[in-house]
Design a protein around this ligand. Structure first.
Ligand SMILES: *Cc1c(COP(=O)(O)O)cnc(C)c1O
Length: 439
């Protein structure tokens, strides 16, 4: 037998499945030994998440299984293309993983076609626009200060720079999108696309009516369900996927999966969407994240997730009721989903101050604009609060009442350091009583 010089292989048999994936390193000792600086910062973040109250509406805690799927050797692979049609060899396993993710997503949302490769919500939306529009084409989107997302045509975002966005509004009295106004703007402007689905909007969206309006003017109906996808998958909110031409969603908000996104569409648009994502917008997909998406979709199919989604909404309504009871003005006077927007203008507060005060008591929220906000987005008149993360910790209506009282107490005592410190201790005690499932 001729041997290559220096190459003396020892036959070790093959690695048995199961043994290969024993995560000796998942206790983080390698990370700790090799890079104590980053390790320490991760520890600090674990502590922060454990001890503090997460009320940011777009955040959640993934399961251990989802975390483990992300930390795998799948990150090593290049797999440009789609299952069965890759531009790189060695993709047999990745093809199977991606196919499982696609099939689970199809079933969850009754989708005809799914692309699970988008890297995050904004890039997914860029791909949707890229699939259907040319630069300069007219699109209808909800104003950012009324609850829309930056990628729905805000002037500082690529969407607003590349496309001719015309914005529709939420009614400042009811806080709800005025569908008659949408219809008349659509008829006047004749857009190529209408975008519905928002970031700071607490009510059901009239998907059927949007689709009818889009059909009347020959526009593509595009829904962005980044925030509510988990509630929709659990049948707790109306599903636009069977109605709309195309639907994008992040996978890391109420869907409780890894940071990422996907696009769902009718079969007739499948080729356009796939081509827009790759090679149009992205290179290789993040296969470890695809695996984690599949795991999350598997969790979403379980009865426990339906109970979770229902509790998210019940919690949000309890929080909203208590805050109204304490004298706060909630946009639209309540909520159908996982978030509320509070108008603080009558409390003599602005969003940034409220955010900073609540941070001092260990409660994370995000500042938010209110419809027709006189203040700029960096320092708007409201705050947005959501219940997906605290519901994952197992908190229920009784805890919501207490949280509302803490928020009120903190905002009323923003210059009383002793008071804020004592609230912070109480918040921490509650958090430690409701451990994060993956920590
Ligand atoms: C969060 C969000 C996005 C963007 O997602 P990223 O992953 O942060 O890029 C897009 N659209 C809506 C409606 C969102 O709420």
């Amino acid at each position: 037998m001729v041997r290559t010089p220096g190459f003396h292989p020892v036959n070790r048999g093959s690695i048995p499945l199961g043994a290969a994936i024993k995560y000796k390193n998942m206790d983080y000792t390698n990370l700790k030994n090799q890079d104590s600086e980053i390790f320490l910062n991760i520890e600090r973040e674990v502590k922060r998440q454990t001890e503090e109250m997460e009320l940011i509406a777009s955040e959640n805690y993934v399961s251990k299984a989802v975390l483990e799927a992300m930390a795998t050797v799948l990150t090593n692979k290049y797999s440009e293309g789609y299952p069965g049609k890759r531009y790189y060899g060695g993709n047999q396993v990745i093809d199977d993983v991606e196919t499982i993710a696609i099939e689970r997503a199809k079933k969850l949302f009754q989708a005809e076609h799914v692309n699970v490769q988008p890297l995050s919500g904004s890039p997914a939306n860029a791909s949707v626009y890229f699939a259907f529009l040319k630069p300069g084409d007219k699109v209808l989107g909800l104003r950012l200060d009324h609850g829309g997302h930056l990628s729905h045509g805000h002037p500082v975002n690529f969407s607003g720079l590349l496309y001719d966005f015309v914005q529709y509004s939420a009614d400042s009295e009811t806080g709800r999108v005025d569908m008659d106004a949408v219809e008349s703007i659509a008829k006047k402007e004749k857009p190529k696309m209408i975008v519905a689905g928002y970031s700071a909007y607490s009510r059901e969206i009239e998907w059927q009516r949007f689709k009818e309006i889009a059909d009347q003017v020959g526009a593509i109906a595009f829904a962005d369900i980044a925030h509510t996808a988990g509630l929709i998958a659990a049948n707790e909110m109306d599903n636009p996927v069977p109605i709309f031409d195309v639907v994008s969603t992040t996978t890391h908000k109420t869907l409780r999966g890894p940071r990422g996104a996907m696009i769902m569409c009718k079969t007739e648009h499948a080729k356009k969407i796939d081509r827009a994502v790759f090679p149009g917008m992205q290179g290789g997909p993040h296969d470890h994240i695809t695996a984690a998406k599949a795991v999350a979709f598997g969790e979403t199919q379980k009865p426990e997730f339906k109970i979770y989604a229902r509790q998210v909404i019940k919690n949000c309504q309890a929080l909203s009721d208590k805050l109204i009871n304490l004298g706060y003005k909630i946009i639209s006077n309540g909520t159908d989903n996982h978030l509320i927007v509070i108008d603080l203008s009558k409390n003599g507060l602005v969003g940034k101050d409220a955010e900073q005060t609540l941070e001092q008591v260990g409660i994370s929220i995000s500042r938010s604009t209110i419809p027709n906000d006189p203040n700029p987005p960096y320092n708007p008149s409201g705050i947005r609060i959501g219940t997906p993360a605290i519901t994952t910790r197992g908190m229920k209506e009784a805890e919501m009442e207490q949280i509302a009282v803490w928020i009120d107490n903190a905002l009323n005592n923003k210059n009383n350091q002793n008071k804020l410190t004592s609230i912070k201790e109480e918040v921490k005690t509650m958090c430690l009583n409701f451990p994060i499932p993956s920590i």
